[in-house]
Design a protein around this ligand. Structure first.
Ligand SMILES: [Zn+2]
Length: 229
C-alpha cells in the first residue's frame, strides 16, 4: 500500500519526472501563458522541521528534481537564523526558497508590508532573491493577499486554476494521489504541495499532536477518528 515513506515520496516524484518537465514557479507562468502541457511545479511548505525538509530536498536532488521550499521566518518550531546551514545546503542542491506566509502573525504590518519585509529578510539571510510565497492555513483565509508584480503567489493564477493543485495536508491526499489523477494521466500541468512533516516515520500520536499544534480545521475530525485528544 502506498503511504508516506520517503520511498513512497520518491515513487511519486520519479513518476512525475518521467512524464513531466519539472519547472520553477516563474517558468510555470511562462509555460502556462504559452498553453503548454506536461509540466509540473513542486513545492514544500515547511511548517515544523528543517531536518525533514532537508530529507525531502535530498530525495529531490538525487532524482534530478528542483523544487521550492517555503519557510516561516518567525516559526516557533525552527530557527532559520540558527540553522542557516540547512537552507544553504538546500540551495546548494539546486532548490529555490520561498516565504511561507502566516497571515495570523502580521504584527503591526499589513499583509503587503509583511510579504515585502519577510522576502527581503529571507533574501538577505540566504543571499538569494526570494519572490515566491505560499500561504499558511490556506483554508482559513478568504482571498490571496495583494502581492504586487515582483512576487509570485502560489495561490494566484495560474497555480490553483489552469494548473491542477494537489496537497498532502494533514498527511492525506484529500483529493487523491496526484499520480492517480486524470490530470496526471493526460499530461495536464500539476502543482504539487508536499509538507515534509508528514513524510518519513511518524506515529499516529505524533500526527495528532502535530494537527493539534497547527490548529487544523481537520483536527477535531481526525482526533475523534483516532480516539480523540
Ligand atoms: Zn503551513
Amino acid at each position: 500500500m502506498r503511504g508516506f515513506s520517503y520511498g513512497d515520496y520518491e515513487a511519486i516524484i520519479t513518476q512525475v519526472k518521467n512524464n513531466f518537465e519539472i519547472v520553477s514557479f516563474s517558468r510555470a507562468i511562462e509555460l502556462d501563458r504559452q498553453g503548454e502541457n506536461s509540466f509540473a511545479v513542486i513545492r514544500h511548505d515547511v511548517d515544523f522541521s528543517l531536518g525533514k525538509a532537508l530529507n525531502m530536498a535530498k530525495v529531490d536532488a538525487d532524482n534530478g528534481v528542483s523544487s521550492t521550499f517555503c519557510f516561516l521566518p518567525w516559526s516557533s518550531n525552527y530557527s532559520l537564523a540558527n540553522d542557516r546551514w540547512v537552507v544553504n545546503e538546500l540551495l546548494r542542491l539546486g532548490h529555490d526558497i520561498g516565504l511561507h506566509l502566516d497571515l495570523s502573525c502580521l504584527g503591526h504590518f499589513t499583509p503587503e508590508e509583511r510579504i515585502k519585509n519577510d522576502c527581503a529578510y529571507l533574501s538577505a539571510l540566504f543571499g538569494t532573491r526570494v519572490r515566491v510565497i505560499s500561504v499558511h492555513f490556506l483554508g482559513r483565509v478568504s482571498a490571496p493577499p495583494k502581492c504586487g508584480e515582483e512576487i509570485i503567489c502560489t495561490w494566484q493564477e495560474p497555480f490553483m486554476q489552469s494548473i491542477k493543485y494537489f496537497s498532502d495536508s494533514t498527511g492525506a491526499w484529500r483529493y487523491g494521489n496526484p499520480v492517480d489523477s486524470d490530470e496526471y494521466k493526460h499530461g495536464r500541468p500539476l502543482h504539487l504541495n508536499f509538507h515534509p512533516i508528514w513524510w518519513g516515520s511518524i506515529s499516529e500520536q505524533e500526527r495528532i499532536e502535530i494537527l493539534r499544534r497547527i490548529g487544523s480545521h481537520e483536527f477535531k475530525k481526525i482526533a475523534k477518528a483516532y480516539g480523540g485528544i
